[in-house]
Design a protein around this ligand. Structure first.
Ligand code: ZN
Ligand code: ZN
Length: 246
């Protein structure tokens, strides 16, 4: 059964008009900021949120953003209880290391300790909140593409999406579309990607040419940041790294 997702018509329409290389990158960077702000807010005082934080925690990227988020009190509180939970889970594993009678046993016991640490590190609450929004945004893009001619045209005339979010759109599209609509949407998104990767490559190439003395005085034609756009057009920004898998 298909998911019943809420349409996010306003941010998606605003996005398609913003003229960026990928408006899903813009929306997801915003979702990331909102997620970080939430986990550094008074929400961390509520028991349900603390339980959730102790159980799942954050991926390394979002842990670092929390650390740099400028909210020492909220983070200190969250980390103190997270450490308590680590202590509870690690206690028997520390014991096994201490009891090891030879090197092989010590290595094996230490490996079990770090396996538990990796398990603790997987699944991220900020990534999970971001993924919920990505799902709704991508669903909205696919729905509007089918139902609104003006949106379809605006998307055609836009700079498209990054490679990373084009994949997300195609992955999520079956929630909104099926049959010929789905086929045509996939084709349209891949065509949009191909055309816009060529455009970005052309800007990047023009930058390489601008370093030649004969081109020094020729116009940039908007390629001043061609090398950076060439990178982000592939990898995207505001990526969902490791959501909690339920
Ligand atoms: Zn993107
Ligand atoms: Zn994360």
């Amino acid at each position: 059964m298909k998911l019943q997702l809420q349409l996010e018509t306003i941010p998606v329409w605003d996005g398609v008009k913003e003229g960026s290389e990928c408006f899903l990158c813009t929306l997801m960077k915003k979702a990331e900021e909102d997620g970080i702000r939430y986990y550094l807010s008074s929400a961390v005082m509520t028991p349900e949120v603390r339980v959730e934080m102790n159980e799942h925690g954050f991926c390394p990227h979002h842990s670092a953003l929390l650390a740099e988020g400028g909210k020492p009190q909220a983070l200190a509180l969250a980390m103190d209880t997270y450490y308590d939970e680590n202590k509870r889970l690690f206690a028997p594993l520390y014991g096994k290391v201490m009891d090891a009678g030879n090197a092989r046993k010590a290595e094996k016991a230490a490996a079990a300790l770090f396996e538990e640490a990796h398990r603790r590190e997987s699944g991220c609450l900020v990534c999970s909140r971001m993924e919920e929004r990505l799902l709704r945004y991508a669903y909205t893009v696919a729905s509007l593409w089918r139902d609104d001619q003006d949106f379809c045209k605006a998307l055609e005339d836009s700079k498209g999406f990054c490679l990373h979010h084009t994949e997300s759109l195609i992955r999520i599209a079956p929630e909104a579309l099926s049959g010929d609509d789905l086929r045509d949407f996939i084709k349209a998104m891949v065509e949009l990607l191909q055309r816009n990767l060529d455009r970005v490559q052309h800007d990047d190439w023009w930058m390489t040419q601008k370093y030649k003395s004969e081109n020094k005085d020729k116009p940039w034609n908007g390629a001043e940041d061609g090398q950076k756009r060439a990178v982000y057009k592939l990898i995207g920004e505001g990526r969902v790294i490791d959501p909690v898998r339920k």
